[in-house]
Design a protein around this ligand. Structure first.
Ligand SMILES: [Fe+2]
Length: 291
């Protein structure tokens, strides 16, 4: 049996349920970090880098060179550590090209300063773009629905792997909500069908898991398992049934706890707000905008 062409490690952040991934080319030691977390305590305003430091330690222990800091979408539940990691280990910060629609929606809501457009990222990816990581070639799949900018990064192989962002969660949890601005349950269903069409053994690398008591965090599954058993979208559920259930469920969901902090950092590529003349940084919460 030949050795795997890639190294893959995953890290669960229990505070936000986020899973970050380290993918590397086994031969060249070039690497990508996917959906890294910057730790943030909303009650104290404290930011720390414990989660991101775990990634740096692994990069250094494995003697990797980081080429990419990849986001699957603009997360609304945690802050990205991409900017901090770029200073530590290098790499280009990238996200899906549909981010412009999300930025255009929220920039006036939050009064975000520059850059809050394509310049906030080093690179934007569209459908079928290829992301080189040493000998590896990640294929970009545009998988909108949770947000218009969601992309998945697919590495073909035996088995390959696909980094799906929030498009799928663990089979016992389902998938992401589709009620954010620009979200669409029909699009989400169709994006998931694209993922279900990948080879059965493809490793589905999750971006989140919220394990119930007694279950360890689920960091990855397979296409076959998701297609057969995902409680919201597996087992051959029809588009109409999925959409009706998804929309009913979304009407019951609360706004994510870190929505405003996350967006005002992540839509600017992971930059914290600029400091004022005294060096203080503040996050904004727009008042009176909820229904
Ligand atoms: Fe998300």
């Amino acid at each position: 049996m030949s050795a795997s062409p890639y190294l893959l490690e995953s890290f669960h952040d229990p505070a936000t349920g986020t899973v970050s991934h380290l993918l590397a080319c086994a031969r060249t030691r070039r690497a990508a970090l996917i959906d890294p977390v910057l730790d943030f305590q909303a009650n104290s305003g404290k930011v720390h880098t414990t989660s991101a430091q775990r990634l740096v330690e692994r990069v250094r222990a494995l003697e990797l060179s980081v080429d990419w800091l990849l986001e699957t979408h603009a997360h609304a539940d945690h802050l990205s550590a991409a900017v901090w990691l770029q200073r530590e280990v290098g790499g280009r910060i990238a996200i899906g090209a549909g981010i412009d629609a999300v930025q255009a929606h929220f920039q006036p809501v939050l009064g975000l300063g520059e850059p809050c457009d394509a310049r906030a990222f080093d690179q934007l990816f569209a459908e079928d773009d290829k992301v080189p990581v040493g000998d590896l070639r990640l294929q970009v799949l545009h998988t909108p629905g949770h947000t218009p900018a969601c992309i998945s990064y697919y590495l073909p192989g035996e088995p390959g792997c696909v980094f799906v962002g929030d498009t799928l969660f663990s089979p016992d949890y389902g998938c992401a909500r589709a009620d954010f601005p620009g979200g669409d349950a029909v699009q989400l269903y169709r994006s998931i069908q694209r993922l279900f069409a990948l080879p059965d053994a493809t490793r589905v690398m999750l971006c989140h898991d919220y394990p119930p008591a007694g279950r360890a965090p689920c960091l990855e599954t397979t296409v076959a398992l998701q297609r057969a058993t995902n409680v919201q979208v597996g087992g051959g559920v029809s588009e109409a049934d999925f959409v009706a259930r998804r929309q009913a469920r979304d009407r019951q969901l609360a706004v994510p706890a870190l929505l405003w902090p996350s967006l005002q950092v992540n839509l600017r590529g992971g930059r914290l707000p600029e400091p004022d003349a005294q060096g203080r940084r503040f996050l904004r919460i727009p008042l009176g905008l909820s229904e």
